[in-house]
Design a protein around this ligand. Structure first.
Ligand code: GTP
Ligand code: MG
Length: 169
């Protein structure tokens, strides 16, 4: 096939936020899995998005694996940070991990896309509230965007990735 510019996209966020599910929605339909299991360590996929070839690093969000994230900061051309919109109890943990990541010297000033995932869950916080809880207004040194998504239906996923692709093309 035709493959254009190659970009490395690092996908992080707490365990169970929906990272692997969202990545499945980016694959051509026949290749999508409906059942996903918690990621062990990380997995890498190559996906075509318009004129871009995304090398996607799907990191585990489990506590014992989060130290692996920083191994890939240096290579990252973009970050996708997935938040479970319904996980109010761990919003502060997500904020801590996000701030820790943005402060890391190996992560360049690359664009960060936040998916406010699981928007279908009745108790999901709206994206503006999540942005406030995460303190996203404090991010002034790089482009960022927050986009509501439903990893199960795929709703919102293309919106977010289109935003990212515009910054990488
Ligand atoms: P780790 O690999 O452990 O870090 O988790 P993950 O972030 O990759 O989460 P994963 O994609 O495995 O999804 C966790 C659970 O959330 C699964 O049962 C998914 O089916 C479910 N899930 C993912 N996205 C959504 C969503 O938008 N809405 C709802 N209701 N469930 C979702
Ligand atoms: Mg996963």
């Amino acid at each position: 096939g035709v493959s254009g510019k190659k970009v490395n996209v690092l996908v992080v966020g707490l365990d169970n936020s929906g990272k692997t599910t969202i990545i499945e929605r980016l694959k051509p339909r026949p290749k999508q899995s409906t059942e996903v299991a918690p990621t062990v360590g990380f997995s890498v996929d190559e996906l075509q998005k318009g004129s871009l070839t995304f090398t996607v690093f799907d990191m585990s969000g489990a506590g014992r694996y989060r130290t692996l994230w920083e191994q890939y900061y240096r290579e990252a051309d973009a970050v996708i940070f997935v938040v479970d919109s319904a996980d109010k109890l761990r919003m502060v943990v997500a904020r801590d991990e996000m701030e820790h990541m943005l402060a890391h010297p190996n992560l360049r000033k690359v664009p960060v896309l936040f998916f406010a995932n699981k928007k279908d869950v009745p108790v999901a916080m709206p994206p503006v509230e999540i942005a406030q809880a995460l303190g996203l207004d404090n991010i002034k040194d790089r482009p960022w965007q927050i986009v509501p998504s439903n990893g199960l239906s795929g709703e919102g996923v293309d919106n977010g990735v289109d935003w990212l692709a515009e910054r990488l093309g």
